[in-house]
Each structure stands twice: as C-alpha cells, then as structure tokens.
Design a protein around this ligand. Structure first.
Ligand SMILES: *Cc1c(COP(=O)(O)O)cnc(C)c1O
Length: 405
C-alpha cells in the first residue's frame, strides 16, 4: 500500500495490509496493538485498553516490567543463541528454578506449548517401548481438551473441528470424558501408555478437574504402570493460585508440560518428568530442537520465575482471584443470559446462552480486551498482577456490554 510520505498508515490501512500478506488463519479483532504498560495495552492510535487476555494467559507479570526487560536486554548483548550441543548458564539456572517450582526432576526446553506436548507424547511412547519393545501403544486424552496445533498435539486434542481436515494424525489415541473416571477406564487396554489431560481445561471451557477424578487417575496409572501426563500450558505458572495446578490437587503427574507464561512473551516452553521416567524414556539422540533452551529464552524464564517469587505473585493471585470470582458471580446473578461461572483462580469463564463475539467486540470499543473460549464463553485470563480496582473496571464495562447485548 502506498504511504503518503511522513504520514503513518492508520489502523484501517495496516489491517488492509495485514490481510494482503498474512495467511488468514485468524478472524482478528480490528485493532493494531502498539505497546503495553502494566495491565493496559495501547493501539497505534493511542487508545488505551484494560487487558484481561494477557496475550492468552502469557503476560503474567504485566507489560513493561523493568527488571524483566533489563534481563532480556543484557542477555541480548551477551549471547542470544547457541546450540544444544553446548551448555549455557541461563538454561542451567532456568532449569534449576523450574525444577524447584514444579516439583519435577528433569527439564527439556521447547519453544511452545504444542512442542512441549509433542515431547511429552514421545517420552511416553518411548517409556512404553522400552518396556515391551512394541510400537503400538495408545494414549487416552479427553474430549474438549486442547493441546496445540501440531500433528501430535492435535491428535490428542478432543475437538473434531480442529482435527478433521488434517487426518490422519498420529494414531492410537482414544478419547474419554473429562471428570468421568468410568469413561477413562473403559478406554484402558493393555496397550495404554499414557493418560493426558489439562488439570483445568482452558480452550475447552475453563473446566477444572475434580479432585476425585485426578486421584483416581493417579491410582489407575500406578496400578497399571501408565504415565499420567498433565498439560499445564495454560493453567500453570501461578494462574490457579498454585505454581502448577496439580499442586492444588496434590496429584503429581509423571510428565508435565508448561509454556505460555513461562517466558512472559518470549517463546519458551518445557516438558518435565520425574527422575523415574527420565531414566526409562528419552535418551541421547531421541529428541532435539535448534532453538529450545537458548540463552535468551532461558534468561526470560529464569527472570520470570525469579519475579514470581520476589513479587509474591502466587500470594497476590490468591488474594485477587476470589474477588474476581465474586464479581463474576454478581454478573451471573444480574443477567439471565449468563448461565454459569466456572474456572479456578485467575482463569475464569462466564458461560452465556448465546454467542459472545459481539459482546467482546463491544467491550473492545469501550477499552476492554477480553477473549472467548468456544462460541458462548467469555474467558478471563488477565495478567496475574491485576488489582481489585482493575477487576471493578472490567466488571463495570462488561456489565454495560451484557446489558446492551
Ligand atoms: C495454548 C495451549 C497449548 C498450545 O500452546 P502453543 O504455545 O500455542 O503451541 C497447549 N495446551 C494448552 C492447555 C494450551 O492452553
């Protein structure tokens, strides 16, 4: 597109440009974001938005955290990337911290949530392979789960709409109903190598697992030497008021995946496992990544984990999340079109009896960024630094939008 010299394109012009060069895999909201400050975002025309999306549960610390930014800047000046054929200090420090925060023993750094789940699937298959030498093992995953868009992660994602056109995906995946132990049990065979799930389902509708369900799965896995794999990509990193959601339930997985808030915007994820699994699964040569665990990404993860502790992020979530819950309950009581509130901590959903896209667009007009989870659910995954005043501001704007819907 032509530019008048000295004059920047406006939002409409940028959007037009975007739609002529980017592959159209998203129906994007019609704003072009420019910068962030705390829990607020600004578009390129200077309009301010309260952000209850946080880049989809990513920007846990809020925007423009000086310590985080400085840690990245100084790492950029030192070394951004080196191969996994060598060691680097940020990866070692980040691994030690994530090990401590997660209670798991061994870490493999990746670049995304989907990739972390790919690694988890490979580790589970290798574990079973080493036991009996066969290669036809099965994984049980949940309906309404979301594990990412790559072929392996998609194969365990319980949403036909995401999968259908891309089949065949990796095989030997069976689906069961979330929070229904009997339906899982019905899918177990002598070939089952792993049961994989999110302790709190995110995309699938902000559905927490019941404690009884997870405890029974743990027992089943112990009895049959099946690996329990938790995808904590969205519900992990403090969002539930626990560093990882399983810690709230007291049900420890054999393999766990994390990403989203781990780097707070720098692409970094990880899959982790217990020492027992680590000794019996992936070995040298079995898995790799060029970027995964590079010094820049690990400097980010290390600093994020530092700041979680230093700024008492978990304690803050525990204080502010019940208030968000209460204010959302009030919206539910006030508006008959809201049928349910569910979720855990700062990972909440309001279920409507109608599609929410127009309400989200109206909120954006009024300077509030929200996202959906499925057609009828508004999802609340704000920066973990959100205050009660921010919650009030959000509820006040959203209330108006529901009223006019
Ligand atoms: C977002 C998400 C993923 C995929 O992460 P990407 O970084 O987009 O690949 C996987 N699992 C869960 C639970 C998620 O919320």
């Amino acid at each position: 597109m032509e530019q008048i010299s000295g004059q920047k394109p406006d939002m409409g012009e940028y959007i037009q440009q975007a739609e002529s060069v980017l592959l159209h895999t998203y129906n994007r909201y019609q704003i072009v974001l420019d910068r962030g400050e705390g829990v607020y975002l600004y578009d390129i025309e200077g309009k301010k938005y309260l952000d209850f999306c946080a880049g989809i549960a990513v920007f846990a610390l809020g925007y423009g955290n000086e310590e985080y930014n400085n840690a990245l800047k100084s790492q950029i000046d030192k070394l951004i990337h080196t191969s996994n054929y060598y060691y680097n200090v940020p990866a070692i420090e980040a691994a030690k911290k994530i090990k401590e925060a997660s209670g798991m023993d061994r870490v493999f750094f990746t670049n995304s949530g989907a990739e972390s789940n790919e690694g988890a699937i490979k580790a589970a298959r290798k574990y079973a392979f080493l036991k009996d030498g066969s290669t036809d093992h099965e994984i049980i995953a949940m309906h309404h789960s979301f594990h990412g868009r790559t072929m392996g992660a998609l194969a365990v994602t319980g949403n036909a709409h995401y999968r259908e056109a891309f089949e065949p995906l990796i095989g030997n995946v069976r689906f069961a109903d979330f929070n229904d132990y009997e339906s899982v049990l019905a899918q177990v065979t002598g070939k089952t190598c792993a049961i994989m799930l999110e302790p709190v389902q995110g995309e699938g509708g902000l559905q927490p697992a019941s404690e009884e369900f997870l405890k029974k799965l743990r027992e089943l896995c112990d009895q049959r030497d099946i690996l329990l794999v938790f995808d904590e990509v969205q519900c992990g990193m403090g969002r539930t008021g626990y560093m990882y959601a399983w810690q709230k339930y007291g049900v420890k997985p054999d393999i766990m995946t994390t990403a989203k808030a781990l780097g707070c915007g720098v692409p970094v994820g990880a899959f982790l496992m217990t020492e027992r699994v680590a000794q019996r699964s992936l070995e040298a040569g079995d898995h790799g990544t060029t970027y995964g665990g590079n010094p820049l990404a690990c400097a980010a993860a290390e600093k994020v984990l530092d700041l979680f502790e230093k700024n008492h992020i978990i304690e803050h979530v525990r204080e502010v999340a019940p208030y968000l819950e209460q204010r959302l309950e009030e919206l539910k009581d006030r508006f008959p079109c809201v049928t349910e509130r569910r979720g855990m901590g700062l990972m909440q959903g309001l279920v409507f009896d109608r599609p929410v896209r127009d309400m989200i667009a109206a909120a954006m007009e009024k300077g509030l960024i929200l996202i959906n989870a499925g057609a009828n659910i508004i999802r609340f995954v704000p920066p973990l630094t959100i205050t009660k005043e921010n919650v009030d501001e959000m509820v006040s704007i959203l209330g108006q939008c529901i009223e006019n819907a």
